[in-house]
Design a binder for this molecule. Structure first.
Ligand SMILES: [Zn+2]
Length: 384
């Protein structure tokens, strides 16, 4: 096992379960981490899923309806079959009375449950589904390249294609509004960039890794550079992103129960398990090769929003998410699907780790761009 946790200086937050496996974590004098302080000081004061915020979101909903009244659909929802996007589709149709087109990207790794859930929702909500199927050979080539590059960001190809397909489709077909399931309730503690969460739309980074380790050209693979999205799509094409789940009551267990009762939707063991690759990546590759366990930020989000006790979260992360035998079977499945022998994939797993800083990237420019947008007031907190 290869862990970046430095046991000499190990410290865990007294309030949540984030710890020094995040090298950038800062603790105050009471032993409370900066994620918690950010939540209490910046997020909580601005997050009231009450009548007032519902009235606010209804104004946006009315605008979406008005602008889309002569169209087949008034907005787009990217759907993975996971909880957040599924619950969003339900709220959009049943509570808001919107007419969304559900947009799904099949990148080759759908779990059986995610396929089941998408069909149940489409049927139960009587909504139209558009599925974009990614060219598997190109998908595979980019995933292989990321694994060979030894960075922790090996889920970037999936994240990139999910994001790009949706936004490219919106612009091409003149959709002005994209509803996303992004929310504070289950995501208020965001993992740091170093935990495999570097910007998936930094195309300079993606291209450098593909140039060095890819084997076939990416001819049809949908991409959308972060600057194209922020400047062209948002400012010129006027694409608006709406995050309704922060404006309505959204608690994980209640939401799951509602979807189960109404649609026969099935629960996942953990967040992001709708993709078999992501499940393998987050429960095996990332914790064991890099020492980063994303359950820590997912479960810390639930602690801060009062949906889980710290004790239950600690108990959960004390054990692997899946039985050892199943993890090994998944290792073989992933190797075979990506055309690696098990030994080849094992060699990459044991190889020396790198970060996005070892490759060409636009990190500095993205950081500067974000500051400029904040300064200009374009980057507002609500409905972005
Ligand atoms: Zn904390």
């Amino acid at each position: 096992m290869n862990s970046t946790i430095n046991s000499k200086h190990y410290q865990i937050c007294k309030n949540c379960i984030m710890d020094t496996s995040d090298s950038s974590i800062v603790f105050d004098e009471k032993g409370i981490c900066d994620y918690c302080n950010n939540f209490y000081n910046n997020i909580l004061p601005n997050w009231h899923p009450d009548d007032a915020s519902e009235a606010e979101i209804m104004k946006v909903v009315e605008k979406i309806k008005e602008e889309g009244k002569n169209k087949d659909h008034d907005c787009l929802i990217g759907i993975s079959g996971g909880l957040d996007s599924s619950y969003l589709a339900y709220i959009a149709k049943e509570k808001f009375g919107l007419r969304p087109l559900l947009f799904h990207v099949d990148a080759g790794w759908n779990s059986d449950i995610s396929t089941h859930n998408i069909h149940k929702l489409v049927e139960g909500l009587d909504l139209e589904l558009y599925t974009e199927v990614v060219n598997w050979n190109e998908m595979k080539d980019l995933q292989r390249a990321f694994i060979k590059s030894q960075v922790p960001d090996i889920d970037t190809p999936q994240d990139l294609v999910f994001f790009s397909s949706l936004y490219n489709f919106a612009v091409k077909h003149k959709y002005r509004y994209i509803l996303t399931g992004g929310n504070f309730s289950t995501e208020c503690v965001r993992e740091p960039l170093e935990w495999g969460a570097y910007y998936q739309t930094d195309m300079r980074y993606v291209r450098d890794i593909h140039d060095q380790f890819g084997e076939i050209p990416l001819k049809t693979f949908p991409t959308c550079d972060i600057f194209k999205y922020k400047i062209q799509y948002r400012l010129l094409n006027g694409v608006r992103v709406v995050k309704p789940l922060d404006s309505v009551p959204f608690m994980k267990e209640d939401a799951i129960q509602t979807l189960e009762d109404k649609f026969g939707w099935q629960r996942y063991q953990h967040k992001h398990h709708e993709s078999r690759f992501t499940r393998f990546y987050e429960s095996y590759w990332l914790p064991r090769k890099f020492g980063f366990d994303k359950r820590k930020n997912h479960l810390s989000s639930l602690i801060l929003t009062g949906q889980l006790t710290r004790e239950a979260a600690l108990e959960r992360v004390s054990k692997p998410e899946l039985p050892e035998q199943e993890l090994l079977a998944e290792f073989e499945y992933v190797a075979k699907k990506l055309d690696f022998t098990v030994d080849e994939l094992r060699d990459y797993f044991e190889g020396s780790n790198k970060t996005f800083k070892d490759y060409k990237n636009n990190y500095k420019l993205i950081t500067l761009g974000t500051r400029v947008l904040q300064f200009l007031g374009v980057e507002k907190r609500a409905f972005k």
